[in-house]
Design a binder for this molecule. Structure first.
Ligand code: SF4
Length: 208
């Protein structure tokens, strides 16, 4: 993977010509569209350039951490996070456009210059526009927004949360039950934060 030409590359020499020792008399092509033409002219049209080289996957920190099966369909990695919702429907692949840190590595690595981070962002916007995101997430973002507009309160809340999570991690410093994020701890433990926020550490470093 990571090559600049597709794995699925076939050289077809055509039917048997006069002077050829062998070869087929007839040649038929069966094109399986499988929803691809639906992408023509749409927001995701640029994905049709994908040659399935896998470079975006190999540079993706999310793919490197969770592996291919977590993407749940044929295509893993950033290309899968765009292709799968495009083929099976955005409402049937709600998590995939969010399986990215938007670090931009996939867009840089792609040999055919597909702007994968932009496409992932577009899919996220469509989810919001269509009201597909869960109510709990919308409420959480609203709460975060409310706090973020009040910096002192935000800093205080972050300090309390960091200390609480540190306490919850116990001696092993691992959290095995998150009240508002059960999905995280169903199959794995979450490392507890050190108990101090970035602001605390920054202030200490600056001697403030
Ligand atoms: S999106 Fe780009 S980097 Fe990823 S598999 Fe397709 S061609 Fe390769």
């Amino acid at each position: 993977t990571g090559q600049s030409i597709s794995n699925y590359f076939t050289v077809v020499t055509g039917t048997r010509q006069p002077g050829d020792r062998d070869g087929p008399e007839h040649m038929y092509f069966v094109l399986v569209d499988n929803g691809r033409t639906n992408l023509v002219g749409g927001d995701m049209q640029e994905m049709l350039r994908c040659i399935r080289c896998g470079a975006c996957m190999n540079h993706c920190p999310v793919y490197q951490t969770i592996g291919g099966h977590a993407y749940g369909w044929v295509y893993p990695g950033p290309m899968g996070s765009v292709l799968t919702p495009s083929y099976v429907g955005l409402e049937n692949a709600l998590d995939l456009p969010h399986a990215a840190t938007l670090c931009g590595e996939c867009g840089v690595a792609c040999p055919v210059k597909i702007p994968l981070p932009d496409l992932l962002r577009k899919l996220r916007e469509k989810q919001v526009d269509r009201g597909l995101r869960p109510a709990s997430e919308r409420l959480g973002i609203r709460m975060w927004s409310w706090f973020a507009q009040r910096p002192r309160l935000y800093a205080l809340a972050a300090r309390i949360a960091a200390r609480y999570l540190r306490f919850q991690g116990g001696g092993l410093r691992m959290i095995n039950h998150l009240p508002f994020g059960k999905g995280w701890t169903v199959g794995r433990e979450m490392p507890a934060p050190p108990g101090r926020t970035f602001r605390d550490l920054y202030a200490k470093r600056k001697g403030r």
